[in-house]
Design a protein around this ligand. Structure first.
Ligand code: PLP
Length: 407
């Protein structure tokens, strides 16, 4: 029988919101695969995954997960997380100076899901959220998905990438709901001064904004763990986020958390997040057993990891600052740097990054993927590779950049 249906369109339509949902860190991989298919070795300096560079998940965390699976903890768990994990997180936050009751802790599929849940709870159509520029791109992607609006505040490269407090104050409107603070920072590697941190808390408190404190790199300050920003005023409206992904070397487990401050102003947020958490049932249960093991157990791997990162940060700043036409602020924590190349007029950061990739196989992410202006020439480097390999990579970057800037 002949079909009477009209010919199918090439593509069935998807929701409009997808147009504004962008995550450059992974989007750029498609081009890297093409370069690889042509026979060039690609050095993936785009994703901040320490395990991909040979850093090992601590064995006592792996044992805790293996034991949980063997002991039959394979069913659904409570939406907010298993009690032992929530208690360990509450203790950890208290030890960092930010006492949060365990019933205001939620275990999530990485910090990423915590960000999604809280933004969904806070930001609706027309709401505004203050986001650093440059930013970790998940924030702008989720805000766009929700139909809310990201308002960027400047971070100043000339002052070690500290947030510009005046630009935060100037961006606040009656529609502003939240202030995102990432410290230590991805993508800049900054760690903020005590005075800046105090001012950020004061701004959030005074204007009734929820301070979303992204502290996933909190244990990776080179001078040692950075106190939670909530320690400056535990009664301010602050939510602290972290996970096992970075400082506990288990990003694939998708295990993170948020601690919602004790301020009664946040009670409705707690209720909203609890409702949303019910809807996605729970985060992966066996991995939650690694949380008490991580937070109450041996952390000696962290000192070694911090030392390895500090060495790589120093190499990164030294080599990239030696490239004519390039500057790079020295990171103070985490494993990212945000160098800048003085582009000839008419060229964008994406042009530079793609040309670098095609010529050398070195894959970085262009600064405009983090909210920077394309013509400003910023790009982000993940410096987790071993020191000798980093030196080789930076030598290639230097040769390429000199030729690129000459043409
Ligand atoms: C600043 C920042 N926040 C959140 C995340 C997401 O981490 P998770 O693996 O905990 O979802 C990352 C990952 O790179 C990050 O850099």
């Amino acid at each position: 029988m002949q079909s009477t249906r009209a010919p199918a369109p090439a593509f069935l339509p998807v929701a409009n919101r997808i147009r504004n949902f962008s995550y450059a860190i992974r989007n750029i991989v498609a081009e890297a695969r093409r370069v690889e298919a042509q026979g060039t070795r690609v050095r993936y300096l785009n994703v901040g995954d320490p395990v991909a560079f040979g850093f090992r998940t601590p064995p006592h965390l792996i044992e805790a997960v293996a034991r949980a699976v063997a002991d039959g903890h394979n069913g659904y768990g409570p939406s907010a997380g298993i009690p032992s994990a929530r208690e360990a997180i509450a203790e950890e936050l208290a030890a960092r100076g930010f006492p949060v009751p365990a019933d205001r802790v939620f275990v999530t599929a990485g910090t990423s899901e915590a960000i999604d849940l809280v933004m969904t709870a806070l930001a609706e159509d027309g709401a505004e959220v203050l986001v650093p520029m440059p930013t970790y791109p998940l924030y702008t992607a989720v805000i766009a998905k929700l139909g809310a609006r990201a308002r960027f505040y400047r971070c100043d490269e000339a002052r070690a990438w500290e947030p510009d407090l005046d630009s935060i104050r100037a961006a606040i409107t009656p529609a502003t709901r939240a202030l995102v603070v990432i410290d230590p920072n991805n993508p800049t590697g900054a760690s903020y001064s005590a005075a800046t941190r105090r001012a950020l808390v004061e701004i959030a408190d005074r204007h009734g904004l929820v301070l979303l404190a992204d502290e996933v790199y909190g244990d990776l300050g080179y001078e040692g763990p950075v106190p939670s920003i909530g320690s400056l005023d535990p009664d301010a409206p602050i939510i602290s986020f972290s996970s096992l992904s970075k400082a506990y070397l288990a990003p694939g487990w998708r295990t993170g958390w948020m601690g919602i401050g004790r301020s009664p102003r946040l009670d409705e947020v707690v209720a909203a997040v609890a409702k949303l958490a019910d809807g996605r049932l729970c985060s992966t249960v066996p991995m939650q057993y690694a949380i008490p093991a991580a937070l109450r157990g041996d952390r000696s791997h962290q000192a070694a990891f911090r030392a390895a990162l500090e060495e790589r940060a120093a190499i990164t700043a030294e080599y990239l600052n030696a490239v004519p036409g390039m500057t790079c602020a020295r990171p103070r924590g985490g494993f990212y740097a945000m160098p800048r190349v003085s582009l000839p007029s008419g060229r964008t950061d994406e042009d530079y990054v793609l040309a670098l990739l095609r010529a050398t196989g070195v894959l970085c992410v262009y600064g405009s993927g983090f909210g920077m202006r394309p013509e400003d020439g910023y790009f982000r480097v993940v410096f987790l590779a071993p020191p000798a390999e980093l030196r080789d990579i930076y030598a290639m970057v230097a040769d390429f950049t000199q030729a690129y800037l000459r043409n």
